[in-house]
Ligand binder design. Structure first.
Ligand code: CU
Length: 186
């Protein structure tokens, strides 16, 4: 109740997104790199991109290329950091490339990796949630009924709905993961 609602519209969040996502000339690239380092305090590579929504920092949303003939896709987020004192939740998402988006959690059932829909993903105060592929018990966004296949190098828009921080539009990078598939990760 003490949170001013339109914080995601501040200049900082806007410039953060623009600087981190657009291919610009060198000065802007250097500025964005410094900004990314300053905000994350971690060794992020130059291809990472990020977004702010209230007290949340959304680092590098990405999706794997869809499998041939498959109408579903999976999107991930390197991390969502809640810098605030109040817990938040990711409660839904939507995108232009798929009919609907479901929140899923991976679970081992014996030797088989399964996934189940969840109604919300908790973002505790002062904590960082990793939503990367291959994370045991990890979450992902399931893209249902893709309108076209997702190919390496594609980008698409995704709207994340947070319980407290409102809705935030992010750009998702489609990329082939460098490390193993979820099924081989324990
Ligand atoms: Cu899934």
């Amino acid at each position: 109740m003490t949170n001013p609602l339109p914080r995601e519209k501040t200049d900082l969040s806007q410039s953060f997104e623009m600087d981190a996502c657009n291919d610009c000339h060198m000065i802007k690239a250097l500025t964005s790199l410094l900004l990314v380092f300053a905000i994350n305090g971690l060794g992020f590579n130059a291809h990472a991109h990020g977004f702010k929504a209230g007290d949340l920092t959304i680092n590098h949303p990405y999706a794997t290329p869809s499998l041939k003939g498959s109408k579903t896709g999976a999107a991930y987020i390197r991390s969502i950091k809640n810098n605030g004192k109040q817990a938040d939740q990711l409660i839904s998402a939507r995108t232009t490339v798929a009919e609907s988006v479901e929140l899923h959690q991976m679970q081992m059932a014996g030797d088989v990796m399964k996934m189940r829909p969840v109604s919300a993903i908790d973002l505790p105060a002062n904590a960082e949630l990793r939503m990367m592929h291959g994370t045991p018990d990890g979450y992902h966004l399931m893209l249902m009924n893709l309108k076209h296949p997702l190919k390496d190098g594609d980008r698409f828009q995704l709207w994340l709905q947070f319980k407290n921080s409102g809705e935030r539009e992010v750009t998702v990078y489609v990329q082939t993961p460098k490390s193993g598939t979820p099924a081989h990760n324990h």
